[in-house]
Design a protein around this ligand. Sequence first.
Ligand SMILES: NC(=O)c1ccc[n+]([C@@H]2O[C@H](COP(=O)([O-])OP(=O)(O)OC[C@H]3O[C@@H](n4cnc5c(N)ncnc54)[C@H](O)[C@@H]3O)[C@@H](O)[C@H]2O)c1
Length: 327
Amino acid sequence: MKIALFSSKPYDEKYFNRENKFNHQITYFSAHLNTQTLSLAKGYEAICVFVNDKITREMIANLAKNGTKYIALRCAGFNNIDIKACEEFQIKVCRVPAYSPYAVAEHTVALMLTLNRRIYRAYNRVKEGNFALDGLLGFDVHGKTVGIIGTGKIGECYAKIMHGFGTRLLFFDPFENPKCQELGKYTDLDTLFKESDIISLHCPLRPETHHLINDESIAKMKNKVMILNTSRGALIDTKALIKGLKGATIGSVGLDVYEEEAELFFEDCSDTIIQDDDFMRLTTFPNVIITGHQAFFTSTALSNIAETTLQNLDDLEYDRLCLNLVE
Ligand SMILES: NC(=O)c1ccc[n+]([C@@H]2O[C@H](COP(=O)([O-])OP(=O)(O)OC[C@H]3O[C@@H](n4cnc5c(N)ncnc54)[C@H](O)[C@@H]3O)[C@@H](O)[C@H]2O)c1
């Protein structure tokens, strides 16, 4: 199958070439897929895209007209694609629902510990010969209450790790996961907001979860709460988060995703003037850590992503059952 892979990075090329036992013909384009680059997809049966390639109805109509039959997402979330329009224009969409929940859960823990023990500060201090401890005070994670919103694959992995820390776990998810039931207690969102010392988001971005963390929910949270988001940026209303940080009601924030990240993440912007004032404000807080959507970025995950994406397309090409269709 001829595949046009967009938003390609050198590591994508390396892992997709390594896992291409199917002899698919892959062309790698570093450009994002958008209205300007759409013409590059002409003549390719499949296009392969990533989290920040936003694919609108108009683009889907154009892709269908130019022979695209399949869109392969090399990620789990599919909030960036108009799925209804794909159905209408008979383009099948597949994804990689699980490539390494451990990678994302472990990165969430990395953000939590780095924030709590101010590792970023300590690292720089020691390099400068400054061994003072003021400003590095953390808390014992053991014994704290951790609220986990979304207990699917990643939420469950994170819950298991946090259980090992000796925390009390509260969960919110419309569908209870029996493996999490053994580790803690499902509750309503208000109770989770009220009682958690650490809140971690692991639910998908949907209309009902958009800005789940907003002025109102922040007002319900414990003083000095730690908020972690390795899921999708728009789960948090950034302006409300900034307000909570400025008012010092929020204790610390660890983000791997940001609601306007498409303009920034995965690119080297170090030589440009970043125009996003909210993002720049977030970077000024001493109690905020932001990573650029790297939670998934382990060699295990990259192998799994490439293998599953190529298998998905092979199944579709040969009319076999594709387990990872988005319907
Ligand atoms: N930062 C990264 O690199 C990275 C990588 C992979 C996935 N993700 C994000 O992590 C999210 C979780 O991934 P997963 O593999 O665990 O998905 P999953 O589908 O296994 O789990 C999602 C869970 O969220 C629950 N949910 C749905 N609506 C909810 C709501 N309104 N409130 C609370 N829970 C709700 C679902 O019932 C499900 O249990 C994905 O949606 C994706 O956005 C981020």
